[in-house]
Design a protein around this ligand. Sequence first.
Ligand code: F6R
Length: 322
Amino acid sequence: MELIYLNWYELALNAVKYEVLGTPRNRDIRKLVLTGMGGSGIVCDAVYAAMYGKSKIPITIVKDFQPPGWVDPTTLVCGISYSGNTLETLSNVSKSLEMGAELCVVSSGGSLIEMAESGGIPHVVIDGGLPPRAAFPQLLIATAKVLSTYGIIVHDDLEGVVEILKSVDTAVATSKELAEFLNESIPIIISNTRYYPLALRFKDELNENSKMIAKIEIIPEWAHNDIVGWEKPVNIDIIRALVLWDDDPLLEFAVDYLKGSGVKLRVLNPPGNDILSRILYGSLVAGLTSTYVAELRGVKAEETKSIEKYKDFLRGRALPAR
Ligand code: F6R
């Protein structure tokens, strides 16, 4: 896994050259649904965060089997699945198609690409063979490319934004230090709302690569409930707080407050000029940190047996509408 993360810049640069195949039926898009699970689903969150202040149309993320009731022919539903066979994503995409939605797809193959090819649906085929979570930059760039077919611009300089992934040496040094800090703890990753995708990504990487339980807290919502829990934590010695920095006074408050609780705390301030480059760099650190923690814990970063167990459970089962 480490080598894949160290190679992210080259992989991302290659993704900038991906071609969008297929043709939109309707470019007059009024609503956007992004759908995907796990390592593919995190792309939905990154796009959502990057578009939040600038999108003129509402954006919704669906990480389940059922699209919202308002999906119609003016809705673009973008299905993202590295394998192309994730049942939640497939169900959501095919139900959206029945509801008349415009579709686009990002995947390395599987049923999703078959569906896109047979229907002439706009899609990007990304290189396969990686654990989905390790393909984050490719999935992100490919999604930005397919959305741009509809005039939805996630970032106007994709080649420029991936430059941040060149700073590998600093990322490795930061990650080694963070791995020592987080090892054998219950990490709590804290960010403001703008950077919630990065907090989620960090948690997911610690779950999947390091086989650890981790949680996230998002500010300001944190200050309306979780903050009270720090008044008398059950076992503060096992907790490590990692704050993802942004230029935001609320984070200053949170760091001061948490320090007062006695919790061991680190602040990560990812470099980068915009939200997408900071999420990319932060995700590189999350990936590396989680593989170094895996080494320290003696577990195999690449293995995710429990996810396979869940997917086996789903196969061949009729799932109720939700
Ligand atoms: C595995 C991983 C998982 C998958 C998820 C969905 O590396 O990160 O979270 O991403 O099970 O599968 P895909 O991405 O194939 O749709």
